[in-house]
Write a protein that binds this ligand. Structure first.
Ligand code: GLN
Length: 447
């Protein structure tokens, strides 16, 4: 804990941590030391973990990087976080992110932007940018992020670390501040596969507080890392043909596929004609869900309340106008629009149907192949401000990550070399629902 506290202080300018729990982390560490000495340490005894500012932790402030949650202190702890604590992990602090998880660069945060430790003039990715940089810059062993449309995998790729989005419903969402409830997942950032697998197996599993959490038993992923089979691997023609794809990312992805072929795996090109529909589907459905989820922030129940109101209605309006950032307001308006009576069928219902097609197509491919390999991102980390005035350009950053989110399947991003400027490149591996063990074993083979 002292080692990480020192690093956090030296690298404070990266702005990864919003709050460091110095006293409680040291107290937790002392208690864990005693348990270890008595031979009673848990499975995560001494592992130092940072958590994204959207996961609640009893008696600690949580803001979802939004002004609207300023001063809000949680009365309970998220199930995922509690399970780590129960195994003697040490929670060292909370990590910066895009407001309510909306963004791909960590520039939309009331706490300010996070710097990429490889090149401080560039974004770390988002929305879990602080969680990625915390692992990248050695500020904790492992961190938790959330991934609704790529928010763990994309920042993992931009910072050269490992990041997983589990199957939807694999990890309880109790205590995760909702963005889009039918997409939200809690994921893990780490430097090696084993730590990632261990943390995931402890967080995952049924939970009485979240009826959507799967009741399927959780295998011990960290003990199933041995990989010795001949894998069937598909890559999607359209993803590599995309004009948006940076040439070096394509080269490194193709080189990896070639290497796998030479090692005796079956590698085949398949079509994914639905690629052009994944982003519109994702952004219609997630903004709809967000507009509904975020209606609870009205100045009455949580955090910020405007001091400038003169009656109830102006209190609602002013609190929300002053409390939410620009991107969040854009999405609430988009979501309210696609859910409005005259456009509901044209956008929302249609997008749900397309979601079903994408999900069935993806699951069908993954029943024939063990893995789908594709780039994690179309580009490496971009400069601050590069996409700030163009929301559509920012949304395009999610081109390759949203397929797994729309389909609910697990997906992991691994470092796959660098571009000519030395910026990390990520490669993404998808497997069928609840195949996390297979995903981790393959990732272990590749690293
Ligand atoms: N960049 C995507 C978005 O803004 C993904 C966010 C996420 O996964 N939380 O919606």
């Amino acid at each position: 804990v002292h080692y990480y506290l020192d690093n956090i202080q030296t690298k404070a300018h990266l702005n990864a941590f919003v709050e460091v729990y110095k006293d409680s982390a040291l107290a937790q560490a002392a208690a864990v030391d005693e348990k270890i000495a008595a031979g009673k340490g848990g499975r995560l005894a001494g592992m130092v973990i940072g958590i994204k500012d959207v996961l609640v932790y009893k008696d600690h402030e949580v803001n979802a990087s939004s002004k609207i949650l300023k001063g809000f202190v949680s009365q309970f702890t998220a199930t995922a976080v509690q399970r780590l604590i129960d195994e003697d992990a040490i929670i060292i602090g909370r990590l910066n992110c895009d407001e309510f998880g909306m963004g791909s660069s960590n520039e939309n945060s009331v706490h300010g932007k996070v710097l990429n430790a490889t090149d401080e003039s560039r974004v770390p990715g988002g929305s879990s940018g602080g969680s990625a940089v915390a692992v990248q810059a050695n500020l904790c062993t492992v961190s938790l992020g959330t991934d609704t449309g790529g928010s763990v995998r994309q920042p993992a790729a931009f910072t050269g670390v490992i990041g997983i989005k589990p199957t939807y419903s694999r990890v309880s969402r109790w205590g995760l501040i909702a963005y889009a409830s039918s997409f939200d997942t809690i994921g893990v950032f780490s430097r090696n596969v084993k730590d990632n697998a261990l943390v995931m197996e402890i967080m995952a599993g049924p939970d009485n507080f979240d009826s959507t959490a799967s009741k399927k038993p959780v295998p011990n992923y960290s003990e199933l890392l041995h990989f010795d089979k001949r894998a069937k691997i598909a890559y999607l023609k359209e993803t590599l043909a995309s004009l948006a794809l940076q040439p070096e990312i394509k080269e490194n992805t193709v080189a990896l596929l070639e290497k796998l072929k030479q090692e005796g795996h079956q590698v085949e090109e398949v079509q994914f004609p639905l690629l052009k529909y994944v982003l519109p589907t994702y952004y219609i459905l997630t903004t709809a869900e967000a507009s509904s989820n975020l209606s609870r922030f009205d100045g009455v129940k949580y955090g910020y309340r405007t001091p400038n109101a003169h009656n109830l209605e102006s209190m609602y309006k002013k609190t929300r106008s002053e409390g939410f950032g620009e991107e969040v307001k854009r999405r609430i308006m988009l979501g309210a629009f696609v859910l409005s009576a005259s456009y509901y069928d044209a956008y929302f219902t249609k997008a749900q149907k397309v979601r079903r097609l994408i999900k069935e197509y993806t699951e069908n491919l993954l029943s024939k192949y063990d893995y789908i390999i594709l780039p994690t991102t179309p580009s490496t980390a971009f400069k601050f401000g590069e996409h700030s005035n163009d929301p559509v350009a920012m949304y395009l950053e999610d081109l390759y990550t949203v397929q797994a989110s729309v389909s609910g399947v697990p997906s992991l991003s691994l470092p796959n070399g660098t571009d000519k400027e030395g910026l990390p490149i990520g490669v993404q591996i998808m497997a069928n629902s609840f195949k996390e063990a297979e995903l981790y074993a393959f990732a272990n083979y590749l690293t």
